[in-house]
Design a protein around this ligand. Structure first.
Ligand SMILES: Nc1ncnc2c1ncn2[C@@H]1O[C@H](COP(=O)(O)OP(=O)(O)O)[C@@H](O)[C@H]1O
Ligand SMILES: [Mg+2]
Length: 284
């Protein structure tokens, strides 16, 4: 009897501590991955979720710059010196921490298979976080899929331009090949409105399901918004700079769809679903 109780307590603790790892990816650079990773991280942390963002776009000092904080030891240095990654964690707030990838000429592709084994083993220590967000460099290859494939899901960032949709499709193809089971979800960034975002998603979804039989999930969209540009210049997450901006409001929708569905959000999702099913309704 007592053992059963203990087992139940243990199970509930494990489920409370379940970490969700999301790889933020794209076909080409400059589409908004780092902004998505950082601001999603901030928004989640403000909902009292414990978040770790790991910069895997090594060579580009992305996250540290956006958060306006530097670190002593980078992920790259930890791996090369076989030091625990815990040493490289930088605290932005009690619920938001990040790991700087490392600058210089090195890239993720320079890692040996021993380096990767070491790093993936280190990732297991991250169970105390609710969310681990991996910010990846543009373009994926055999080696980056060691990381992307270790995530629970990939969030593919695309913009409405046809070239971005094609680059996004190239990523889906690679994911299909290297990590067939990995769920791929899509965020449309820099959209004019919801309608354009859905059209972008539909195009990508159509080719993916037609040629690869891989279905994609639409997570949401972020509008083109000067707040993002201003925030990047000020080295501050847009979600903190202007909580009331359109882009922050949309980030709220995305965050809520991860953490739990609010009534407001459900209405939005219902409209999206009905539009996807019936084709024509407008989504604002
Ligand atoms: N929603 C947006 N509205 C306006 N500008 C954006 C938006 N998203 C990204 N940008 C611009 O694009 C740049 C690149 O974004 P970033 O997140 O660094 O892309 P990536 O990490 O994919 O290379 C930003 O510095 C910003 O100027
Ligand atoms: Mg980036």
């Amino acid at each position: 009897m007592m053992q059963e109780d203990q087992a139940r307590v243990l199970r509930s603790k494990l489920s409370v501590n379940e970490t969700k790892t999301i790889a933020i990816v794209s076909g080409k650079g400059g589409v908004g991955k780092t902004n998505v990773a950082v601001n999603l991280g901030v928004a989640l942390s403000l909902q009292n979720k414990k978040v770790l963002i790991i910069d895997l776009d090594i060579g580009m000092a992305n996250i540290g710059i956006l958060l306006g904080k530097s670190s002593k030891l980078s992920l790259m240095e930890c791996v090369k010196k076989r030091e625990s990654l815990q040493q490289s964690i930088v605290e932005y707030s009690p619920t938001l921490q990040f790991i700087h990838g490392g600058s210089g000429f090195a890239e993720l592709t320079n890692f040996t298979s021993d380096d990767i084994t070491f790093l993936l083993r280190e990732f297991r220590f991250f169970y105390e976080y609710d969310y681990v967000l991996l910010d990846l460099g543009a373009g994926a290859n055999h080696q980056t899929f060691d990381f992307i494939g270790s995530a629970d899901e990939a969030w593919l960032v695309v913009t409405p331009e046809p070239t971005s949709i094609m680059d996004g499709y190239a990523f889906v193809k690679l994911a299909h090949h290297h990590a067939n089971e990995l769920p791929v979800s899509v965020i449309v960034n820099r959209a004019t409105n919801g309608e354009e975002a859905l059209e972008t998603f539909d195009r990508l979804e159509l080719v993916s399901s037609q040629f690869l039989r891989k279905s994609l999930r639409f997570i949401g969209f972020l509008p083109e918004d000067q707040t993002v540009v201003k925030a990047v210049k000020a080295q501050m997450p847009f979600y903190i700079m202007d909580r009331k901006s359109h882009v922050s409001w949309r980030m709220d929708h995305i965050t809520t769809s991860l953490t739990g569905v609010r009534v407001k959000e459900r209405k939005f999702l219902d409209r999206l679903l009905s539009r996807l099913k019936h084709g024509k309704d407008h989504v604002h």
